[in-house]
Design a protein around this ligand. Sequence first.
Ligand code: C2E
Ligand code: MG
Ligand code: MG
Length: 706
Amino acid sequence: MRFLSNTRIATRLSLAFGAVLATMGFMILFSLGQIENTTGSSQRLATASLNMVTLARDAQAAAQAGAVHLHELFILPAQAQRIPVYPLIDAQARKREAAIAALLASEDAAYYRSQLDSVVHYRDRYVEAFDATVEAVELNADQARAPMIERTMPALENMLAALDALVTAQSERADQKLLGINTLKAQSRNAILSLGGVAVLLACLSALTITRSIARPLAQTEKLARDIAAGELCSTLPPAGKDEVGGLIRALDDMRHGIAARETRIADLAYKDGLTGLPNRTLFIDRLQQALEVARRNAHPLSLLVLDIDRFKTVNDVLGHPVGDRLLMQIAQRLQSVGLSDSDLLARISGDEFRLLLPTQDVDQAVQVARRLIGALHQPIELDGHAIDVSASVGISSFPAHGESADVLMSRADLAMYVAKQGGDGFVCFDSMLERSTDQGLSLLSDLRRAVERDELTLHFQPKIKLPGRTCESVEVLVRWQHPTRGMIPPDQFIPFAEETGFIRNITCWVLERACSVAAAWALDGRSLGINVNVSTRDLVSMDLPSVVAGVLARQELNPALLCLEITESAIMGDPALALASLSRLNEMGVRLSIDDFGTGYSSLAYLKKLPVQELKIDRSFVMNLDRDSGDAMIVRSTIELAHNFGLKVVAEGVENEHICQTLIRLGCDEAQGYHFGRPMPADEFEVWYRQSATFADAVQRVARL
Ligand code: C2E
Ligand code: MG
Ligand code: MG
């Protein structure tokens, strides 16, 4: 089989069919030869038998005819009458002798030697007796009668008998030869049948062997392909020969390795943090769920630690993003070096946030680990000659003491970390008291979770007014929390906490979906109003914002040009490379981008102009004092001029009176937003406001045309 699988299938088939054809050919030639032989032998036998019998019968006839003539001599009394008989006697004697001579000269004479000798012997006796009788007849016919009867006739009978014996012997031999020919025929038939059998057997064997040598590896190859399709990439490789099937097996093996390599790479990309090489958020949550199931089954504890680096944003802003990256790598190394066990899982979730899963440890053990983690950062980290002091805040929650589900445990660890950060306490273990004490109870993460689930969040819409025409072409969407007991809660009271704990992702997704749905409804109503949605720092680094936005736009069937995302300077400066990549993708999708609260961060316009943004919103702190503070007026004026030079549209926030509005018009500001035009309003109030403003703008335009 090994040899077969090393021979090409085409060669194998050629060899097998060649062997079968050769056997068939040989069989045909052999059969023809045998037929030829049998026919030749039969013919020769027939001819030889016929010749000898004829000659023997000729000799007998001639001898008998001679004897008849001899009798005539006795009958004829006068010599003159007998004289014509003698030539007749001589003629018969010649005929007889010629036949006997021919018999003696025949091919098979040697074989019939004894019979021929007997014929010759009795012929001689007969001839002697015959001649003596002839002489006696001429002397005295009557006296010759006795020797004739006593000698010549018996001699004739003896000779005839000898000739009969020759014929009998010849017949026997012919029978023997016939028997031989029949035996030969039987042998030939058997040989042909055997050869035919061999040929058929050979054909069957070849067919079977070749079929097996092809079918079996093909079946194994099919199984291999199915295994690969099912994601089973380690199944045993069937033996691969050098034939076509072997080539196919090797190609499948190559394909399998390629898939395995790509899968590993994809898994790395999907489950590993590119910067530190640590597991990422997806892998962490996955492992946490698994570990929780095991802990539940085996009734053992499990602990979760959330670690956030203090003042990391400042380090990033001051020393730059590349240094920030290297710092995070060093921090990851320090955290890994605290003697974690193989089953513990340290992950980088986003930015400066790490999480640690201790699958079998309780709160006390988790506290020990938290101390070691904080201790690992005590020594300043040296980077480019700078000794950077790093500290971290750690929040701890444990199963089953602090919750049963992954979500609850994570939000409680988040809350504990938040409290640790507020108090500068290093680490804090979750306690139900925390939920009541933090930020008048408003920062309760579980409350916030419920708020999204129970639709307690609402959107308010604040018009953005185009200057100098004062038409409203877009609105800013601002979130509010309609708390069941505490009433309306402004974003300043829960957005920072949501950002701190990572929950902002859920809020952003919720706001985007609702805002786009409203804008799509307006568009259907023939009102092409743009919407500005605020996006937080965390949204840019901890989720794939472009994909989220693309999904929302597709679901709500909204023109991307109607959506504008507001991003603060600090969000961009936190991780400029990542921000630039996300902003570029959003820009390519046709979504508009705006820099919010401009002037409050460290960034320069020169840097911001490199970003694919279209709008710049001057922070309200500069606008509100525009008519009183000449410094602010300078800032606003130069910002407008510079932004225009870079091709950006400028929006002034916090316009509270007509005087500021006039100043902004004078400075060439493109849009204004503020209480002077309209406060953030719920959807129905905004409807009324919009209709009135549209009527007003219409009237103003009609007046302008008069
Ligand atoms: P922002 O994006 O700069 O929003 C403008 C804020 O200025 C709003 O406060 C608005 O009510 C207020 N404002 C508008 N006109 C005037 C004015 O004439 N005078 C004064 N004094 N204030 C004015 P709000 O709604 O309290 O929002 C505060 C911040 O909360 C927002 O600042 C934004 O950063 C954040 N925020 C609001 N909604 C969301 C949201 O859906 N997602 C995210 N990530 N952040 C949001
Ligand atoms: Mg804004
Ligand atoms: Mg703003």
